[in-house]
Design a protein around this ligand. Structure first.
Ligand SMILES: *Cc1c(COP(=O)(O)O)cnc(C)c1O
Length: 401
């Protein structure tokens, strides 16, 4: 029995409500590594269309071996923060590789992209600064801005998704700010849409603003060699600051980073609180991520395969009668309308051996509930055909095609 029974009763009631509202999240347990197909406890093998394992590196032999070797070479970790008790050489190697990969002078790793975003905003703004954020930006960006506002007293605003007119207007209305910062995702995860980066950069140039881009769904994914949204638009090296994750295309373990000019990145080492007061990435994870970057650089054909797979799936699913949101990324959201329909579709697909998650209100707008498919370079045409066939059976059963 817990000390405070009212606390427990309160949370039991909240959970019961989530279940009654059919929005309670059930965790599916996997018994195998992440891959095109995984073994799910109680279900057996399923094709997975809901992981961010874009390049298929989560279980790549080189990525796994690098982690094992680093465990032997460095042990479990430094047992403190980097500036106090030393930092491993593998962290420096990883950060050099990350900067090279995304086209910046320098990079600094964090235990997650969430942490990196939180570190960045609060460190680079001061009272009198203005921060403006796309309305569909990731939760970690939103919270990083809330934190910066609370502790640094900057002012903030939100602009309509990819609406440059709204962004321009709000930037100009805050011309008096000491510094103005534009925060955008590179790829928006629920839509699979790409930020209008060249226009955002031009506006920032005109207005003397700073551009910060979270490229978590684009690193290893967009651009001919997977260097991200900047490569996709031919503006590599032009974004002021980039943050991204190591938990998606680059191995899928954990970790994130800030990349940009050396002085700004160095200031993150000097001042950002998650860096100063929290341990570094475990060396095993850093080494796996480093190997993932090296494989991505050595095998750009993975990026091409990812793109071909995404195109193939998109075309097949349209042919089957579904209406995915249009786009060029491996995120293929299939709109089904009501939240209940998306959840039911996801459940039925799992019954057919396809693991893909449904998202409803309030994660996405009312009436635009969706099943979000994510394609990987690891998928074979067989995997994708299997998934499309399951979609057809389930779509027919639900009357959505
Ligand atoms: C996934 C994601 C994150 C969080 O990444 P972690 O490294 O798991 O914290 C942050 N930002 C965006 C845009 C993401 O898609």
């Amino acid at each position: 029995m817990a000390l405070n029974a009212a606390l427990v009763q309160d949370f039991e009631a909240q959970i019961a409500q989530l279940q009654a509202d059919r929005v309670y999240k059930r965790l599916n347990h996997l018994e195998s590594p992440q891959g095109a197909r995984v073994r799910m406890e109680g279900r057996g093998e399923v094709v997975i269309l809901s992981s961010n394992n874009y390049l298929g590196l989560a279980n790549d032999p080189a990525v796994v071996a690098a982690g094992v070797e680093a465990l032997h070479a460095y042990g479990a970790g430094t047992a403190s923060v980097r500036f106090i008790c030393g930092t491993f050489t593998v962290h420096r190697e990883l950060e050099v590789a990350l900067a090279r990969f995304v086209g910046t002078d320098a990079a600094l790793s964090y235990v997650s992209a969430w942490n990196a975003n939180e570190a960045l905003t609060a460190t680079i703004v001061e009272a009198g600064d203005f921060v403006i954020s796309d309305e569909l930006n990731h939760a970690s960006i939103i919270d990083s801005i809330r934190l910066a506002k609370a502790i640094k007293k900057c002012t903030t605003a939100v602009y309509k998704h990819s609406d440059l007119d709204d962004l321009r207007e709000k930037l100009r209305a805050n011309k008096g700010a000491r510094r103005r910062l534009i925060w955008t995702d590179g790829v928006f995860s629920m839509e699979g849409s790409i930020a209008r980066l060249p226009e955002i950069l031009q506006l920032a140039r005109d207005e003397d603003a700073v551009v910060v881009m979270d490229d978590s769904h684009a690193t290893g994914v967009l651009g001919a060699t997977g260097r991200g949204t900047a490569e996709h638009f031919g503006v590599l090296g032009e974004v002021d600051l980039i943050t991204s994750t190591l938990g998606k295309a680059l191995g899928g373990a954990a970790g994130g980073f800030i990349a940009g000019p050396a002085a700004v990145v160095d200031m993150m080492t000097q001042r950002s609180r998650p860096q100063l007061f929290s341990n570094a990435l475990p060396p095993t994870v850093a080494a796996s991520a480093l190997a993932a970057v090296e494989v991505a650089e050595r095998e750009p054909e993975r990026v091409q395969r990812l793109r071909d797979n995404a195109r193939y799936f998109r075309e097949a699913i349209v042919e089957a009668g579904f209406t995915p949101l249009p786009g060029e990324t491996p995120i293929v959201p299939i709109i089904v309308g009501e939240t209940a329909a998306a959840i039911q579709m996801s459940d039925l697909l799992l019954g057919e051996g396809v693991f893909v998650t449904g998202f409803g209100f309030p994660v996405v707008p009312q009436g635009q509930a969706r099943v979000r498919c994510q394609i990987s370079a690891a998928h074979t045409r067989d995997d994708l055909d299997f998934a499309v066939a399951a979609f057809k059976r389930v779509g027919a059963k639900l009357g959505v095609i």
